[in-house]
Design a protein around this ligand. Structure first.
Ligand code: EPZ
Length: 416
């Protein structure tokens, strides 16, 4: 087991190239199953979720090869539509294989998907949406079996703009002739990037706000670089706002960070954007800000932990409300070990900013892990962060990123 040792209190200075987004890359890797040619994803992040998705695709017969920074996925021969690989039970994004496998094989077998412990995470909207296109599902002892024989284009209004359900509907509809219409879809930047890739592969997709019209057909391979990871970028922006310093982020513009930008910019933190670079300049210990998470273009739930950690170290009081997932405040308990003043009532956290001190903490989930790193970088003294596996799902060696900006952070083997 590994842990991070962080000695806080240093400003962050330097440059960082933001990698493509995990939450764009994972559905794209799944899409490869439905393509007639090779998909080459440029600058694919080296994170555990990508490795596990690659392993899972391998069990289905997809040839996955890493070539330097890129990943090539060739689904010329699919040998199985059964996703009950041990990796699938651990990975929420295995659910992204529903649409692609139904498109390609007309059948799918899926274990109940796992993922971060942030809520119950049902898949009823995925099933109802695909059902509206004629896919039949049944559960047998916790295993989902889907059959798309006789499926055809159709119309479906999502009761909630679920990201994962939108992915499955877009990919499956892109394999059908005729036009499918979806209302109240998710419009996260990662979804619009998937739409752009599907168009490149040959699908005709029109977007009118939250309505999408999809005319499918035979999908070709493509070469693609996914949109920049706005959550990784937000991690750096909030870290600089908390610790002080000056950092330039390359490969990302203002629009992807707009909801955070408007909240975090104040007298002590200035952001400037030009071309695809953002500069963050901060004197440290910024002003606390209140947020309420919502589907895009609202404040992203994946940035909520960053806001919570920032506020715990900031000046003033704030309210952080979580409206997307019902159980995403495990970070509060860990931050309290560092002296944070946070009271959680249901889906709302009331925070009073303090100067935090080092402590021994554990990573409860991916984004909470990033929040802990941020708090540790700002705290006085040494923080030991244990159980790193969730962080490694979504960040490429987070310690290298911050050490490269001047932080005192290193990864070491846990002493048993
Ligand atoms: C995606 O999860 C992301 N994961 C999440 O990122 C992100 O937090 C989330 O979208 C919201 O932006 C990936 O892209 C791999 P949803 P997803 O379906 O698709 C409810 C991270 O840290 N819902 O939009 O699972 C659900 O319970 C992660 O990178 C249903 O009720 O999110 C939740 O409350 C974690 N029924 C809400 O909708 C359904 O059928 C949003 O879920 C589907 C969802």
């Amino acid at each position: 087991m590994e842990r991070l040792v962080v000695r806080g209190g240093r400003p962050l200075c330097g440059e960082y190239a933001v990698p493509p987004a995990k939450n764009a890359v994972l559905p794209m890797m799944a899409l490869s199953v439905a393509l007639g040619g090779e998909l080459r994803l440029l600058r694919c992040p080296r994170i555990r979720d990508v490795e596990e998705m690659a392993a899972l695709l391998g069990t289905l017969g997809v040839k996955v090869r890493r070539e330097g920074e890129d990943i090539r996925l060739d689904a010329g021969k699919i040998s199985s539509f059964d996703c009950r690989h041990p990796a699938a039970g651990q990975m929420r994004s295995s659910v992204f294989l529903l649409g692609p496998l139904l498109a390609r094989c007309k059948h799918v077998v899926l274990a109940q998907p796992g993922g971060c412990v942030i809520g119950s995470r049902p898949i009823d909207i995925h099933l109802a949406g695909l059902g509206a296109l004629g896919v039949r599902f049944e559960w047998q002892d916790g295993v989902l079996i889907g059959n798309a024989e006789g499926a055809r284009a159709g119309r479906y209004r999502l009761p909630y703009p679920s990201v994962g359900a939108t992915v499955n509907l877009l990919i499956f509809a892109s394999s059908l002739g005729e036009v499918s219409v979806f209302e109240n879809v998710a419009v996260e930047p990662e979804i619009l990037d998937l739409v752009a890739l599907l168009r490149r592969c040959g699908a005709k997709i029109e977007v009118f706000g939250r309505e999408m019209r999809v005319r499918g057909g035979v999908l070709q391979g493509a070469v693609w670089q996914a949109v920049a990871d706005r959550i990784v970028a937000a991690t750096l922006v909030t870290a600089v706002a908390t610790c002080g310093g000056e950092v330039r982020l390359h490969g990302i513009g203002r629009p992807l960070l707009a909801p955070l930008w408007d909240k975090i910019e104040n007298n002590s933190c200035h952001l400037t954007a030009w071309c695809d670079t953002i500069r963050v300049l901060s004197s440290g210990r910024g002003q606390a800000f209140s947020v309420c998470t919502a589907p895009y273009p609202g404040f992203a739930t994946d940035m909520q932990a960053l806001a919570l950690a920032h506020n715990a170290c900031a000046v003033g009081r704030a309210i952080v409300a979580e409206r997307v997932f019902e159980g995403r405040f495990a970070l509060a308990r860990e931050l309290r070990r560092m002296g944070a003043c946070i009271r959680v009532e249901g889906r709302v956290a009331y925070v009073e900013g303090r100067r935090l001190h080092g402590a021994r903490v554990r990573v409860p989930d991916l984004r909470a892990g990033a929040g802990l790193v941020l708090a540790a970088l700002a705290a006085g003294g040494t923080t030991i962060i244990e159980q790193l596996a969730p962080i490694d799902r979504g960040y490429e060696r987070i310690e290298d990123c911050f050490a490269g900006l001047g932080a005192d952070i290193l990864r070491e083997r846990e002493i048993e």
